[in-house]
Write a protein of this length. Structure first.
Length: 174
């Protein structure tokens, strides 16, 4: 980041790749699963539930060459994450990838961080010749659903069977 913020300004948000096994990535991924599992159960998630979800849906593959994990940083603090998982191409349809681990810490929501993370994932996908993106989410994740709708994602047939997802979306990349 160039320069430092002046009086009354926030430091610029920086979106950059991070290894899923790093301390910063593990912390934000744990926060992601704690939030998702808690919202799914409509109560605070237990440590055991979070660990079970992280084991059932590992993030280890969100690194090159088959994936990517982006973290949103501001003033040395991680505020969110987004992942890209490259998938085997559907015959004749170009590259296929999944957007995953879209998350902004609750205290940082409403500041456009999710939009910047999604744009970063989409740019990374285009750079890898991906022509189709897909993602799964849940009906109770209203912020995420609004973000996806604003960015041209449309509902598609189910393609996964995870216990935390009940909506599926796709987008053709131009």
């Amino acid at each position: 980041m160039a320069g430092s913020p002046g009086h009354g300004e926030e430091a610029r948000l920086e979106i950059r790749p991070e290894a899923p096994g790093s301390a910063a990535a593990r912390a934000v991924l744990t926060a992601y699963f704690r939030d998702i599992v808690g919202r799914h159960h409509r109560r605070a998630a237990t440590d055991e539930e979070v660990a079970a979800a992280m084991h059932a849906e590992p993030s280890d593959d969100l690194c090159p060459p088959g994936g990517l994990l982006l973290l949103a940083w501001q003033d040395g603090t991680v505020l969110g994450c987004a992942g890209l998982r490259l998938l085997p191409s559907a015959a004749g349809h170009g590259g296929l990838a999944e957007v995953t681990r879209m998350f902004v810490l609750p205290q940082a929501r409403g500041r456009g961080i999710g939009q910047q993370l999604l744009a970063g994932v989409e740019d990374a996908a285009r750079g890898r010749q991906v022509t189709q993106l897909r993602l799964d989410t849940s009906d109770y994740l209203t912020e995420a659903r609004r973000l996806y709708a604003r960015n041209g994602y449309q509902e598609v047939a189910p393609f996964s069977d995870g216990q935390l997802a009940n909506l599926w979306f796709g987008k053709a990349l131009g």
